[in-house]
Design a protein around this ligand. Sequence first.
Ligand code: PLP
Length: 366
Amino acid sequence: MACISSPDPVYNFAAGPGIMPREVLRQAREELLDWQGSGMSVMEMPFTGEEFQAIQRQAQQDLRELLGVPDDYRILFLQGGASAQFSLLPMNLLPPGATADYVDTGHWSRKAIAEGRRYARINVAASGEARGYRQVPDLASWRLDPQAGYCHITSNETADGLAYHWLPETGEVPLVADMTSDFLSRPLAVERFGVIYAGAQKNIGPAGLTIVIIRDDLIRPARPETPSAFSYQVQADSNGRFNTPLTYAVYIAGLVFRWLRREGGLAAMAERNRRKSDKLYAAIDRSDFYVCPQHAADRSRMNVCFHLAEASLTAECLQQAGAQGLLNLKGHPANGGLRASLYNAMPEAGVDALIAFLQAFAARHA
Ligand SMILES: Cc1ncc(COP(=O)(O)O)c(C=O)c1O
């Protein structure tokens, strides 16, 4: 755990909320009391006022340019986190009694499936369960329902360390993706999706903010019991003014989008993320002391999940890592072991420090 006299530098490997770009935090600190001479903190601004509207417009435009979001898609800044979307998707997209396809690749897709079942008939088109969630099921094994209202995937399984490095072809059935933990980590063919959603707390900004990118033809009246604040149509029609948006979180997300543009955009991020994760996986694979059971082709570049061959050393390893400023490496409670989250803001130096620590720890216990 970080303590009052924490070592310097500190690298935060938390799975989420996770590391933020230092530059963004410094800018937020500078602007905290007075945003660009307005005499107000962003936190104090009326959301309908010109200042905040400009912040929101800029954030949307930067995100649109970063991702190459086509004109016939809307970008919504919603509240409630990605878990709320597990319910809001079927409430907004499916009439009662309709079916949706879901692909089960691990912890977060199981959560989405469990919640989806409260509102729809769920067809689990494929599952990685029988293989211990060590790989993304081969597209050839998927049993898609051509009548499904959408097909849901989890592009990156935060707890299991698995990711799609390809996109499924689902024909006329809109592809929907929970991208909470790999959003903005690589370029994306947005036009291949009907809906993309992501909680902000990994690569975007403060928890609670939820980004939904939705194709125009899928914006339709939600089921009557859906709270209006969670209706995609109401939010799209009012341009986010139906209720008070998460103004400060939108501002921070906007700073992150600007930072990403300065850093060279998503192609540069993808290259950096590939380098960081490749060297950590290589260090794990080279040693008998650490084990990453995930199929090499499906490993996540955001959440590197691994364990010690001698599990009884895990607590000591985590404690010593923490003492050296390598924070929050504990694996997801469902899976145990270690997990190093290498979001966009994690510098390569953090990964180098982690590798050096893991090698030294292994040498001490060999
Ligand atoms: C892939 C994925 N989906 C959904 C969630 C849930 O997000 P939230 O806590 O914002 O509801 C998480 C949280 O870590 C996640 O990693």
